[in-house]
Design a protein around this ligand. Structure first.
Ligand SMILES: Cc1cc2nc3c(=O)[nH]c(=O)nc-3n(C[C@H](O)[C@H](O)[C@H](O)COP(=O)(O)OP(=O)(O)OC[C@H]3O[C@@H](n4cnc5c(N)ncnc54)[C@H](O)[C@@H]3O)c2cc1C
Length: 490
C-alpha cells in the first residue's frame, strides 16, 4: 500500500472524481490545540516515530513532564533517509516518500519548523519528461501523468473511461458508503460487506473483467488486491482524493523527525527498548533495556507509539483487556522491500524520460529517488510489497541487487553499463518495525480496528495502525489525539 503513493495516486488527477466533489477539505487546525496542563503529569512516550514525536512535542508544549524512549539510535522510525550508502552526497528514502496537501497536521509542523519541500515531479514539469511502462514484455513511453493506451482486452467503453473512470465506476461509489471509522456507530452494513472480501473479489463480484483488474492494479493499492480487506483499501480513498499535490522534504524526509527531536532535547533517550509494562490505579511501571542494563521507571501515563508487531514482544500484565491483547497479538504486518541501484549518470534525461516506470514484472515499479538532487550520478530503485517483497526478503543482499539490476535492465538497458553499486532495505528484517504496514485480511478490520486505539487504564495508544489513514498523516493525527486524551485525563 506504500508503493510510491505520490506517483501512483492517480485519484488526485481525477478532476471529476465523486469523492472529491462530495467531501470538502477538512480543517484540522481548530481541534489541534492541546489544552495547557491544569495539573502537569509525568508522561513516558515509547517510540520516536512521527506519532510518538508529535505526542511528546504537544505534551511538552502544554506543560507536561515528558520523556521519550526509542529503541533505535535515531528518531523517525519508518521515516528514514539513507544518507551514507551512496556517492556524492546523494540520499534516498527507505520509508515514507511522499506527503500531500491534505496532510494538514504533518504540514502544520513542516511549516512551523521551516522545512523546505520539493513538489513531486517538479523537474519533469519543467523538462516535459515521459514515463515508461513495461507490460507483457513490451516497453511503452508516455508523457508523465498521461494515460497509456492499455495493452489489455478492454471494451470500447472501458477504454474511454480509462483508469480514473474505471476506478470511479468500480470503487469510489462503494467507498462513499463506508462511514466514518472514528464514529461510535461504525462499522455500518456497507463497511461489514466490504470487509468480507479483497479488492479482487469485490471487483469480480461487480463483473470487472481481468483486463479492468489489470488496469486498476496499476494504482498504488495494486499489491493489496489479493490479500487485504477491500474495506481497508477503500476507507482512506476520500482522504487520498483530497490530495491534489504531492511533496517530499528537500534534503530528506528525516529532517522532520530530527526537527522534533532537536526541540525535545534531553527528553529524548535512544537505544532504550521497552521490555515490560504493568500498571495499577495510580501509576504505570516500565522495564526498559538500555546499554545492556534493565532500568525500572514509572509514570502517571504512558503512550505506546510502537507498532503492534514489536509490542507483542513486550510483556504486559493482566490489566489489559482480552480484546486489546487479541488485537496486539493478531494485527498483521505487510512486507515491503526496496532495492537501490546507483547509476553513474542520468542517461534517461537525454531520452526525455523521468526515470519512473510501472511494470508487470515482480519489481513492479522503478523509482527515480534523485529527481530533485543535483548529479551526474543518480539512484534508481525498485519498491515491492507483499509476495514480491517476500521473494526479495528471502534473497541474500548481493542477490537482491543482481536480481533487481537484471529486471531494471529490461526497461533501461543502459543501466547495465552505468550500474555503480547498490543496497537494499527489507522492512520485515528491521527489528524495531518487523514489517512495513499494519493490514487486515478479509473479515478482520470491522472486528479488530475499533479496539486498536482504545485507552487501557493509564496506557494510551498512538501510531499509524491506530488511524484509518495508514500513512504519516494518520500517525501524526494519532499523536495529537493521544496528547488530547492525556490532557483531558486527571
Ligand atoms: C517503505 C515504506 C514507504 C512508505 N511510504 C509512505 C509515503 O510515501 N507516504 C506516507 O505518508 N507514508 C508512507 N509510509 C508510512 C509511514 O512511514 C508510516 O505510516 C509512519 O511513519 C508510521 O509512524 P509511527 O510513528 O506510527 O510508527 P514508526 O515510524 O514505526 O515508529 C515507531 C517507533 O517505535 C520504536 N520502537 C519499536 N518498538 C520499540 C520498543 N519496544 N521500545 C522502544 N521503541 C520501540 C521504533 O524504533 C520506531 O522508531 C511508508 C512506510 C514504509 C515502511
Amino acid at each position: 500500500m506504500y508503493q510510491n503513493i505520490g506517483r501512483r495516486a492517480f485519484l488526485k488527477a481525477s478532476a471529476n472524481s465523486l469523492a472529491a466533489l462530495a467531501l470538502a477539505p477538512r480543517r484540522f487546525a481548530q481541534s489541534f490545540q492541546v489544552a495547557p496542563a491544569a495539573k502537569p503529569q509525568k508522561v513516558i512516550v515509547v517510540g520516536a516515530g512521527i506519532a510518538g514525536l508529535v505526542a511528546a512535542f504537544e505534551l511538552m508544549q502544554s506543560g507536561h513532564d515528558v520523556t521519550v524512549f526509542e529503541a533505535r539510535m535515531r528518531p523517525g522510525g519508518r521515516i528514514h533517509t539513507l544518507r551514507d550508502e551512496f556517492a556524492d552526497g546523494l540520499y534516498a528514502e527507505a520509508g515514507a516518500i511522499d506527503f500531500g496537501d491534505a496532510y494538514t497536521v504533518l504540514q502544520h509542523y513542516i511549516s512551523a519548523f521551516n522545512l523546505p519541500f520539493n513538489e513531486d515531479g517538479a523537474t519533469e514539469k519543467v523538462s516535459g519528461a515521459k514515463d515508461v511502462y513495461y507490460l507483457n514484455n513490451k516497453r511503452y513511453v508516455v508523457p508523465s501523468g498521461s494515460e497509456l493506451d492499455w495493452p489489455y482486452a478492454l471494451s470500447a467503453e472501458e477504454r474511454k473511461l480509462g483508469l480514473h473512470g474505471l476506478w470511479d465506476k468500480y470503487v469510489t461509489h462503494a467507498a462513499q458508503r463506508i462511514g466514518n471509522p472514528a464514529s461510535a456507530e461504525w462499522p455500518n452494513s456497507a463497511a461489514r460487506e466490504l470487509d468480507g472480501v479483497t479488492l479482487n473479489d469485490f471487483l469480480r463480484k461487480q463483473g470487472a473483467s481481468d483486463a479492468v483488474i489489470a488496469v486498476l492494479r496499476m494504482t498504488f493499492l495494486g499489491e493489496d488486491f489479493d490479500h487485504v480487506s477491500a474495506l481497508q483499501d477503500m476507507v482512506w480513498q476520500p482522504f487520498f482524493d483530497r490530495n491534489k499535490k504531492w511533496m517530499n522534504l528537500k534534503g530528506g524526509n528525516d529532517l522532520l523527525p530530527r526537527a522534533f527531536a532537536e526541540r525535545l532535547g534531553k527528553r529524548m533517550h535512544y537505544g532504550a527498548a521497552l521490555r515490560k509494562l504493568t500498571q495499577d490505579k495510580d501509576r504505570v511501571h516500565l522495564s526498559v533495556i538500555r546499554g545492556g542494563a534493565l532500568e525500572q521507571l514509572d509514570a502517571d501515563r504512558v503512550i505506546l507509539a510502537i507498532p503492534f508487531s514489536t509490542l507483542r514482544n513486550v510483556e504486559l500484565d493482566d490489566s489489559f483487556s482480552a480484546q486489546k491483547r487479541a488485537v496486539i497479538s493478531k494485527l498483521r504486518y505487510d512486507s515491503t522491500a526496496h532495492v537501490y541501484l546507483q547509476s553513474k549518470n542520468r542517461f534517461w534525461i537525454k531520452q526525455g524520460i523521468s526515470g519512473f516506470a510501472q511494470t508487470d514484472l515482480p519489481i513492479r515499479v522503478v523509482v527515480n529517488y534523485t529527481e530533485a538532487q543535483p548529479g551526474p550520478r543518480a539512484i534508481l530503485g525498485i519498491e515491492t510489497e507483499g509476495a514480491n517483497s517476500r521473494l526479495i526478503a528471502a534473497m541474500k543482499p548481493e542477490e537482491r541487487i543482481r536480481w533487481s539490476l537484471e529486471n531494471v535492465t529490461k526497461i533501461y538497458p543502459e543501466m547495465a553499463e552505468n550500474f555503480d553499486g547498490g543496497t537494499s532495505v527489507v522492512w520485515d528484517d528491521e527489528p524495531w518495525s518487523l514489517g512495513a504496514a499494519a493490514y487486515y485480511a478479509p473479515g478482520e478490520m470491522t472486528t479488530m480496528f475499533p479496539h486498536v486505539a482504545s485507552v487501557e487504564g493509564r496506557v494510551h495508544f498512538a501510531g499509524e495502525h491506530t488511524s484509518e489513514l495508514f500513512v504519516m498523516e494518520g500517525a501524526a493525527r494519532s499523536g495529537v489525539r493521544v496528547a488530547n486524551e492525556i490532557s483531558a485525563a486527571h
